[in-house]
Design a protein around this ligand. Structure first.
Ligand code: SF4
Ligand code: SF4
Length: 141
């Protein structure tokens, strides 16, 4: 490259607006269909466990505390999730959703990626081991 061309380019780039973005100071809106962090709405959940069974990454666990009383806790391993949305498609009750604006999922503490959704008291009782998961009824033979 000729020296004059190089100087022209260098001076030109000084007056041109920056091509880079000022993230994280300026945060652009995420594309509408971007698959971000998974969220669970327990109101219609039946505890069927289909979302967990169909998850190819073993990233979801439906903990059934009391099926009759609809006491379920969803354990979501964000660090295993491939954001494929299979669980969203599998849930016939429409309980699962991936938020397009929740994509900043980097963290130093791995515990950040271990998420429990559900009733706070139920979650606490699972974590301290005072409540156990309800056993599946034995299949009729
Ligand atoms: S988005 Fe895919 S990988 Fe993530 S929890 Fe759902 S099924 Fe599993
Ligand atoms: S598939 Fe839907 S209804 Fe069944 S356990 Fe998962 S979230 Fe609940």
């Amino acid at each position: 490259m000729k020296l004059t061309t190089m100087w022209k380019d260098a001076l030109g780039s000084l007056i041109k607006p920056a091509a880079t973005q000022r993230y994280p100071f300026v945060r652009r809106e995420a594309p509408e269909h971007l698959r971000g962090q998974l969220h669970w709405d327990p109101s219609a959940c039946t505890g069927c466990g289909l979302c967990s069974k169909d998850c190819p990454a073993d990233a979801l666990e439906v903990i059934v505390l009391d099926k009759k009383a609809k006491r379920f806790v969803m354990h979501y391993h964000v660090d295993r999730c491939t954001f494929c949305a299979q669980c969203v498609a599998s849930c016939r009750q429409g309980c699962l959703d991936m938020e397009s604006d929740e994509w900043e999922l980097a963290a130093l503490d791995p515990r950040t990626f271990d998420i429990y959704y559900g009733n706070e008291a139920d979650i606490a009782s699972i974590l301290d081991g005072s409540t156990e998961e309800e056993a599946e009824p034995a299949a009729a033979g």
